[in-house]
Design a protein around this ligand. Structure first.
Ligand SMILES: [Zn+2]
Length: 253
């Protein structure tokens, strides 16, 4: 067998996670991207925390909206939504929504959160999604991938050491919104929890758009489930931190 990183480094089992830090750029991304899987993981007894990077205040087409009020509304919607998925611990970084994230600051905040909570697993949107045009997603995904790969190194974000946060090596990093899935989670039993969680986000969707999104998600979940022998799946790219540096085959693992 030709030695590649795909057969030398095993793909981790998400359900062997001891605790999970889920990271989303905006309120609602986690639910849309992988809400049914998160509900399965949380209901299996694995502690799950959700970190939201932005305040969600750009999630509107209405230029007259009060952005502070919109951010408050979206926070309330997210609390309700995450509770329905089985997540009660929420962290807000509260960066201004809208494509101007300061990458290094976000990476430092995520690194410190990893060192504080010591999760075995990180879940985040895939920054290598082709045609993704929203830089909040690209920067959040890359900041979390880099933090997930580097948080075990004491001289990465060394100010944490002085502040009393020890390096921490997580074991698994799982990407949602991915074009290169390698893991298909049977979410038939938690699909309605995902739909209910998406329904909590009433401020985000103009009339008709939510139904379109839900139909799209259900159709995709059903098509991807055909080969898995179940009704509905969510597709993820699950890797170990070791896959995330120098290996040109990692996208194929
Ligand atoms: Zn988003």
């Amino acid at each position: 067998m030709k030695p590649t990183i795909c057969n030398l480094l095993p793909i981790p089992d998400l359900f062997k996670s001891k605790s999970i830090l889920c990271i989303q750029p905006h309120p609602d991304d986690l639910e849309i991207g992988t809400g049914a899987t998160v509900a399965r993981l949380a209901h299996s007894g694995i502690p799950v925390t959700c970190l939201t990077v932005t305040d969600g205040s750009a999630g509107t087409y209405d230029p007259t909206v009060n952005r502070n009020q919109l951010a408050r509304t979206r926070r309330l919607e997210t609390e309700k939504s995450m509770h329905s998925l089985g997540i009660d611990e929420l962290i807000w970084l509260d960066y201004t929504d809208g494509g101007n994230l300061p990458f290094e600051a976000v990476r430092s905040d995520i690194t410190r959160t990893i060192r504080r909570l010591k999760p075995s697993t990180i879940m985040v949107c895939d920054p290598w999604l082709p045609y993704e045009a929203h830089s909040d997603h690209l920067r959040t995904g890359m900041a979390a991938a880099e933090a997930g790969f580097m948080s075990g190194l004491p001289f990465f974000c060394p100010e944490d050491l002085e502040a009393g946060f020890e390096p921490h090596k997580n074991e698994i990093i799982a990407f949602y919104y991915t074009a290169y899935p390698n893991t298909y989670i049977d979410v038939t039993e938690t699909w309605e929890l995902k739909m209910a969680a998406i329904d909590c986000h009433t401020s985000q969707f103009p009339p008709g758009k939510k139904e379109l999104l839900k139909n799209y998600l259900a159709t995709k979940a059903s098509i991807q489930a055909e080969k898995q022998g179940c009704d509905l799946v969510e597709a993820l790219k699950v890797l170990s931190p070791g896959h995330l540096h120098i290996f040109e085959e990692a996208w194929q693992c």
